[in-house]
Design a protein around this ligand. Structure first.
Ligand SMILES: O=P(O)(O)OC[C@H]1O[C@H](OP(=O)(O)OP(=O)(O)O)[C@H](O)[C@@H]1O
Length: 183
């Protein structure tokens, strides 16, 4: 990744205070999307470590993944498959394979679903997301891909906050470690 991109990712990131009802700050990554350089460069930077693995498809979880995943897929010249979260209030139509995560960074067990007709044997999946905290949602996506007979080549994220052993287990490549962003 270029120094310019990593500097902009850090400079454009904000921690946001949701108010007295919240005990913690929340990440604000909206500045990344507003910057044309980041928007152009982030997809190619995410996929660069995985080009040799020849992914055939990018899979990303809703909702931020619906923006980031297509940027990565376009950079690879492959298609994109969203992992739906019915908790959002919308059910994907047609046959769908489901997986449930272990508790994620907010203690939530997230149900994720991928349309059967978009993923199957012969696919080599690159998972793409903005942030890895516990790795719970990515692990559930790996289970989901395996249930469809697809192979996972790894996970590309912008920021990882995971311990090294989790990054290694999930074959994670990140553009930034969370400690670059302070708190
Ligand atoms: O490593 P984990 O503990 O699994 O958590 C990481 C996930 O949590 C966040 O998504 P969230 O579910 O908040 O959805 P969002 O994209 O709507 O922010 C983030 O975008 C990752 O997808």
């Amino acid at each position: 990744m270029s120094t310019e991109l990593s500097q902009r990712l850090v400079q454009l990131f904000r921690w946001s205070d949701p108010g007295p009802e919240s005990s913690h700050l929340v990440s604000d990554i909206s500045g990344w999307w507003r910057d044309p350089y980041v928007l152009t460069e982030i997809g190619p930077a995410l996929v660069a470590p995985f080009r040799a693995a020849a992914p055939t498809v990018v899979v990303s979880p809703a909702v931020t993944g619906l923006l980031l995943g297509p940027l990565a897929a376009t950079a690879l010249g492959v298609g994109f498959v969203p992992a739906h979260k019915p908790a959002d209030g919308r059910q994907p139509p047609g046959p769908t394979t489901w997986a449930q995560s272990t508790p994620d960074f907010r203690g939530r067990r997230i149900t994720l679903g991928v349309r059967d007709r978009h993923l199957g044997p012969g696919d080599r999946v690159l998972v793409v997301d903005d942030w890895l905290a516990t790795g719970a949602q990515v692990r559930a996506l790996y289970q989901l891909c395996a249930a469809r007979g697809a192979e996972t080549v790894g996970t590309a994220v912008v920021v990882t906050d995971c311990p090294p052993q989790v990054n290694a287990e999930l074959r994670v490549r990140a553009l930034l470690d969370a400690d670059r962003l302070g708190s």
